[in-house]
Design a protein around this ligand. Structure first.
Ligand code: AMP
Ligand code: ZN
Length: 486
């Protein structure tokens, strides 16, 4: 079934129909983590959001090449051209090799992604693995007059570029405005213009990670790696470029400028940006000191948390907000999500044991259409989840013999839940052994009926009360006995 997907494009500031450049192929590039510290929950939100997009487009039959890089060099403190490389600094502090730092945090990042059931990208390239490609881009920009060299460092000439292209096309903030609102930082006197940014930086003697180049022994500027790697694996123009919206004003703006300067094309047709996870209304960030780590949330081991929550509860919490809305973290919100997630999973568990009838009082097709409509509308996961709660109500009613469903609709209902809950939202049932629960309960209910028909009421009551104690309720009616979780 063909679906018309609409996506909000930061470039045009409108929701646009998503038309791939070369269907059925889709190229998607998402800026990956800088591996100098543990990925916090805010970072995880961004990658869970793109995981949903990746899963949905794949479900629709597209062949998605998803590139998500690892930044292992060139990202300086303060996200500018000043200060130390974040990874080198950490290496010095820990008395380790920079590559030990990279290995340690990349491994940790992958573990967090696995816990959240985020699928691995198709390619996960590193900045240090693409130094040659980055040097090639600098050469092109120098040749085309968009860059200049000063004492072994190379800078991008923003004002020169802006005379041919709009530098602020992505952020909506135009050059004059930016020039008026940017103060010159000390130590930037090499630059001709205060918005110019580094493409290649000559390394100071104490700098740890450096490579030979035509200009100096040095290292690439942070923004360059994404231009080089997206071009290498996805070409001059691809479908989706993503990241958190904090990357728009500098990192992505500069990436667009580099690609335009090299190839005359904006690298992506659709720029997709996720909003921030906040804590008490403030962006969760390591530098603000309000960040906490996924494993702290799982264990509850952080003084702002009342208790721990499972990885799937956290994933569900994230998906209950649209990716373009802010999401504020609180204990109350987590508790509400925990309840909601359990409700959804209880229904999911009942699905296998549902029995069909000859007639049906419910048609699943309209619900299925609404699930697709939700995702087609800019991947609206909260609306999808509301529809899945509707599906859960149907499951519970059929289970309690309050609603009849025929075989064809039951099959559709099962497919719908498997596809959307498991395949697209990536939610997994965490309760061990729950797959066999319906059969197990049916077995126990049978034993009790047998006891009753043998007039062994002591045993039948014992079974009912015992189940009640561990959280299952049995209901007897003319049609037989049904069970539910309390
Ligand atoms: P970094 O490792 O700092 O380069 O960030 C990795 C990704 O996480 C980027 O796409 C950021 O935009 C994103 N990010 C950082 N903080 C948050 C947050 N509080 N909420 C959502 N995404 C975030
Ligand atoms: Zn990037």
């Amino acid at each position: 079934m063909k679906q018309n997907v609409f996506v909000y494009n930061t470039l045009t500031r409108t929701k646009e129909e998503f038309i791939p450049l070369d269907a059925p192929y889709i190229g998607m590039y998402v800026c990956g983590p800088t591996v100098y510290s543990d990925a916090h929950l805010g970072n995880a939100r961004t990658y869970i959001s793109f995981d949903l997009i990746f899963r949905y487009l794949t479900h629709l039959g597209y062949k998605v090449r998803y590139v998500r890089n690892i930044t292992d060099a060139g990202h300086l403190e303060g996200d500018s051209d000043e200060g130390e490389d974040k990874i080198s600094k950490k290496a010095k502090l820990s008395q380790l090799e920079p590559m030990e730092i990279v290995q340690m945090y990349a491994t940790g990042f992958h573990e967090v992604m696995r816990q959240f059931n985020v699928l691995p990208p198709s390619i996960e390239p590193t900045a240090t693995g693409h130094i040659i490609e980055q040097i090639e881009l600098v050469k092109i920009m120098l040749d085309r007059g968009f860059a200049y060299e000063v004492d072994g460092s190379v800078y991008f000439d923003v004002e020169k570029y802006n005379s041919t292209q709009d530098y602020g096309v992505l952020s909506g903030r135009h050059l004059e405005d930016l020039l008026n609102n940017t103060r010159s930082l000390g130590g930037q006197d090499e630059k001709r213009g205060k918005l110019d940014f580094a493409l290649w930086i000559k390394a100071k003697p104490e700098h740890l990670m450096k490579w030979p180049s035509p200009w100096s022994l040095g290292f690439p500027g942070w923004h360059l790696e994404c231009s080089a790697m997206s071009h290498k694996y996805l070409g001059e123009q691809f479908d989706i470029h993503g990241g958190g919206l904090d990357l728009i004003p500098t990192h992505h703006t500069n990436e667009v400028a580099q690609n335009m300067a090299c190839y005359g094309k904006n690298p992506a047709k659709y720029w997709v940006h996720t909003n921030m996870l906040t804590v008490n209304g403030q962006k969760m960030s390591k530098s603000l000191g309000n960040s906490f780590l996924p494993h702290e949330l799982f264990s509850g081991d952080n003084n702002i948390l009342n208790k721990g929550y499972s990885p799937m509860t956290v994933r569900f919490f994230m998906l209950q907000a649209h990716y373009r809305s802010t999401l504020d973290f609180s204990n109350d919100a987590m508790e509400a999500s925990e309840k909601g997630f359990k409700r959804l999973m209880n229904a999911y568990t009942l699905l296998d044991g549902l029995k069909s009838s000859a007639e049906t009082e419910i048609e699943i097709q309209p619900l299925l259409t609404r699930c697709y409509e939700a995702l087609n509308d800019d991947f609206n996961s909260p609306v999808l989840i509301a529809e899945l709660f509707e599906a859960s109500r149907i499951i519970n009613s059929v289970h309690d013999s309050k609603m009849k469903i025929n075989e064809a609709n039951l099959v559709e209902l099962k497919n719908l839940m498997n596809t959307f809950v498991n395949g697209i939202l990536g939610l997994q049932n965490e309760q061990a052994g729950t797959d066999e629960l319906p059969q197990l309960m049916e077995f126990i209910v049978d034993l009790r009926s047998q006891a009753k028909s043998n007039r062994d009421y002591a045993t039948s009551d014992r079974i009912r009360d015992g189940l009640q104690q561990i959280g299952f309720q049995l209901k007897d009616s003319k049609e037989g006995t049904t069970w539910s979780k309390i």
